[in-house]
Ligand binder design. Structure first.
Ligand code: UDP
Ligand code: MG
Length: 326
């Protein structure tokens, strides 16, 4: 049944799960998720966002929806990435609180009970806090730690330790997130940016059930850059200080050479220092240009004002929901 027909009331809790080729994990996830939700929510819906899967994810979802109409889905026209899939899911919830969860069972559904408890106490932004990163590959673990240290030093937001997408957001927090339509999405930063009364609930990340992580190191690098660039302008501004320092140095050097020439005459050697300084400053200029390019590329992507995503199909959801239709 479609909500537009007025037959379904607002669910108290909407679970949003982005899925990209996760057909094997869906049933096991539902088997654990539904009893948890039945025990802690008055009413609920589970919205899967099929992020352009190429396996039989959509068929599995269709079957699940036919058996249990509380299971709903929005299928995107192609793979838009997890961050945008989450945004699409939040656009489609019926108006209550939202829980965001990975579909690979790395986020234990049972923790949702604790989320709901905190929410009923009045917290609007309840985040799961991973105790360790043992489930990640060792290289990824090290790089992730480095990234968060760097973000902590230069980012404009303070990110809570170990917090990710696994969280409960009150309707107010969801409404706030929905106003942010940026394409280069770094959700962890956005969750921190909106504020609201927040609290962490520790949990242990389980190993992925079936399949493998959808994040290659290339994707993770892009994601890290998006995160840094959308939450700091420090890389742009640093060149002002660097330029100032080198100009002062150049002036001092000029004075030194003028005085030396006046005192000791013209001196030809100096090839090595010349070549070193030319290559050094050429490198610095290219680097700062590159950083400008990174920001300008992102500005370009945003000013086009394309929709965040396009929907191919909805199961059990209002056809007019979301930002772009059909
Ligand atoms: N995911 C998605 N679109 C993507 C990549 C991932 O919807 O382009 C989903 C994926 O199906 C899973 C969740 O995001 O439910 C987390 O992905 P994954 O387990 O691959 O990431 P990791 O746990 O390695 O960070
Ligand atoms: Mg995973």
């Amino acid at each position: 049944m479609m909500r537009s027909e007025g037959l379904l009331t607002e669910a108290e809790l909407s679970v949003v799960a982005p899925v990209y080729n996760e057909s094997q994990n869906l049933r096991p996830l539902l088997d654990r998720l539904i009893p948890v939700l039945e025990s802690c929510a008055r009413s609920f819906e589970i919205i899967f966002v099929d992020d352009g899967s190429t396996d039989d994810t959509i068929e599995v979802l269709r079957k699940a929806h036919d058996l249990d109409p509380r299971i709903r889905a929005v299928s995107l026209s192609r793979n838009f990435g997890k961050e945008i899939a989450i945004a699409a899911g939040l656009d489609h919830i019926s108006g209550g609180a939202a829980v965001i969860i990975d579909a690979d069972l790395q986020h234990p559904p049972e923790i949702i009970r604790a989320f709901v408890e905190k929410w009923r106490e009045g917290y609007k932004n309840v985040y799961g806090q991973r105790i360790d990163r043992a489930a990640d590959a060792p290289l990824r673990r090290v790089l992730t730690q480095r990234f968060y240290r760097l973000f902590g030093a230069v980012g404009e937001m303070q990110l809570p330790e170990g917090a990710g997408d696994f969280r409960l957001l009150d309707a107010k927090a969801v409404a706030a997130l929905k106003t942010m339509r940026e394409h280069a999405r770094f959700s962890k930063g956005l969750y921190a940016w909106i504020g609201f009364k927040s609290i962490g609930v520790p949990f242990e990340v389980a190993p992925r059930l079936a399949g493998h992580s959808k994040f290659s190191y290339r994707k993770l690098t892009h994601f890290a850059l998006d995160g840094l660039m959308s939450f700091t302008t420090m890389p742009l501004k640093i060149w002002t200080y660097f330029g100032l320092a080198t100009s002062v140095l150049a002036l001092a050097l000029a004075a030194f050479y003028v005085i030396r020439t006046l005192l000791f005459g013209v001196d030809v050697p100096g090839y090595a220092s010349l070549i070193v300084s030319i290559t050094f400053f050429a490198g610095i200029q290219l680097l700062s240009l590159g950083i400008l390019g990174e920001y300008i590329g992102r500005i370009f992507a945003e000013v086009k004002r394309r929709p965040l995503y396009l929907v191919e199909e909805r199961l059990g959801l209002d056809e007019r929901a979301g930002e772009a239709f059909p």
